[in-house]
Design a protein around this ligand. Structure first.
Ligand code: NAD
Ligand code: DAU
Length: 357
């Protein structure tokens, strides 16, 4: 896809954490493009996350479930997108242990529906792109050494990662079989503002600020490769504009840390913010029963996107974490909003009574 005028980007899941960041950043930056946000507004989708750009003349919102084929056809009819940037998904591993079917419906069938709309309508494929936003979890777990590269065999562990793996395969199949112009990105763990507080980083930040227990799974030795969300979005844009059709690009931050190290770093930043000794927050760490099928370690080799497209993350883990803690401390209204309703009920049903092993 070129940066020329009159592009219409259909962005699915734009009221979520990463899709919202993409829209807040690029709607003002590309005023000559039209951005159509297609979102079902599940518990994880919050219209307040796109409030800063909601009134922009080049922004539209479609309240649509990507599993609803007829509604999706209407969206394609109305907007004739030149590109799809597909973020929408059920994204939380713990939830996928309790309701795997929902993950297959949205992540697999929803992706299939989008691919079908493109296949049927994009007769001239010039300058069209289907950009599939995926995860490093499709590769399974690493041992203590090495990193995922684009050709690492798929070996997903959870219903979430299996559903994302299935969607990746479908996207590649539509390229090979039907010639659909697709691009894929597989990214490591994101953190930053507006992330739903069921995920490790925002959960720990809020609990630390509120003096609540910090529930670390197992021994806290599992390793994730942390990337600030805005860096993920700039990487997606680089691939969307200049990545090669049919190719996959891994995105990572060289931010490998054990979960315990992440929680301790959060305690350190939050303690300064609260004017309390770090040890007081560190004492809130509670080791709880491990996640079933818990992948030990993720790490990304992002040499391809770096050398081919010149992408580099702008934030270090330290600078990104400072910004993130400050955002959660300063945006309690957003937090209170997303903590209400369905989220609270789900937590009570499924996370209540998490005990020490
Ligand atoms: P999120 O859970 O914060 O947001 C998901 C969004 O999709 C929400 O706005 C939700 O309302 C919407 N949605 C869900 N089901 C839908 C449906 N059936 N129809 C239409 N909209 C629907 O997710 P996120 O963390 O922003 O992740 C976005 C994408 O990036 C996902 O595909 C995820 O697999 C991928 N990813 C996430 C991370 C991460 O660390 N969060 C890392 C790598 C890749
Ligand atoms: O790697 C990319 C993936 O990162 C994305 O594809 C997923 O959408 C995203 O949710 C994330 O998956 P994780 O399972 O790695 O993220 P989560 O924040 O749920 O957990 C991060 C690590 O922290 C993991 O090892 C489990 C652990 N954890 C998590 C929670 C919620 C805890 O120790 N305690 C907790 O309470």
């Amino acid at each position: 896809m070129s940066g020329r005028p009159d592009r219409t980007l259909l962005v699915t899941g734009g009221c979520g954490f990463i899709g919202g960041c993409f829209l807040r950043r690029f709607v003002p930056e590309f005023p000559h493009w039209t951005f159509v946000n297609v979102d079902k507004l599940t518990y994880a989708g919050n219209p307040r996350s796109v409030e800063p750009i909601a009134a922009a003349p080049n922004y539209r919102f479609e309240h649509v479930d990507i599993c609803d084929d007829a509604a999706l056809a209407g969206v394609f009819e109305r907007h004739d997108p030149t590109a799809v940037v597909h973020f929408a998904a059920e994204s939380h591993v713990d939830r996928s242990l309790f309701e795997p079917r929902r993950f297959v419906e949205t992540n697999v069938v929803g992706t299939l529906n989008l691919l079908e709309q493109c296949r049927k309508r994009w007769t001239s494929q010039d300058d069209r792109v289907f950009h599939h936003v995926s995860t490093d979890e499709v590769f399974g777990s690493l041992g203590p050494q090495g990193a995922f590269h684009e050709t690492t065999p798929y070996d997903p562990s959870s219903p979430y990662s299996a559903s994302k793996a299935a969607s990746d395969h479908l996207v590649r199949a539509y390229h090979r079989t039907f010639g659909l112009p697709v691009k894929l990105t597989n990214c490591s763990n994101n953190y930053g503002p507006y992330q739903f507080p069921e995920k490790l980083v925002p959960l720990m930040i809020l609990n630390a600020l509120e003096g609540k227990p910090l529930p670390v799974y197992g021994t806290g030795a599992n390793v994730r490769d942390w990337l600030y969300v805005e860096d993920h979005c700039t990487a997606i844009l680089r691939v969307l504009l200049d990545g090669r059709v049919g190719e996959t690009y891994n995105i990572g931050g060289h931010g490998e840390r054990t979960n315990l190290a992440v929680v301790e770093a959060i305690c350190a930043v939050a303690a300064v913010r609260l004017g309390k000794p770090q040890a007081e927050l560190r004492n809130l760490v509670t080791f709880v029963k491990d996640r079933p099928g818990h992948d030990l370690r993720y790490a990304i080799n992002s040499a391809k996107i770096t050398t081919e497209l010149g992408w580099h993350p702008a934030e270090s883990f330290e600078t990104g974490l400072q910004k993130t803690v400050a955002w959660y401390a300063d945006n309690r209204e957003w937090v209170d909003g997303v903590r209400s309703g369905e989220y609270r009920r789900w937590l009570e049903t499924n996370y209540a009574g998490r005990e020490r092993p």
